[in-house]
Design a protein around this ligand. Sequence first.
Ligand code: AMP
Length: 137
Amino acid sequence: MEKDIFCRIIDGEIPCHKLYEDDDVLAFLDISQVTKGHALVVSKKHYDNFLSIPQEEMHKVMDVAQKIGQVDIKFLGARGVNILTNCYEAAGQTVMHFHVHVIPRYEGKEGFILEMKGNEEKLNLPAIAEKVKINLK
Ligand code: AMP
């Protein structure tokens, strides 16, 4: 079976802006940045989605998502955070490998995808990743 894109990132075949890694969990910036700092937290072991991952492993992923959300508020200037996960194509899941989105919400221009349009070049992904990474410790 062909590997999905997140398995390839986990195996180091595709680069990512890494935020956090341990034996079970990897977190990195979403390539499409709905807002500044939009992160994905994935289980290293392959499961299709939230509905099929065993509870214990799902909790490990959620623990990391919570920490990233806390860092977004404390260090990225976010005023809120959306934590969400899509299950199956009908619900908008495009990568069939369990992942949780952590989407910081800001006041003003950085808040929503429509306001980001055309401003993508202003995002310095390595700098954003570094800021989250050092504060996750
Ligand atoms: P979903 O639609 O919930 O399955 O989310 C999949 C997410 O993966 C989308 O937000 C994509 O932007 C993101 N994505 C796809 N390929 C990559 C990649 N190579 N690196 C980082 N994020 C990616």
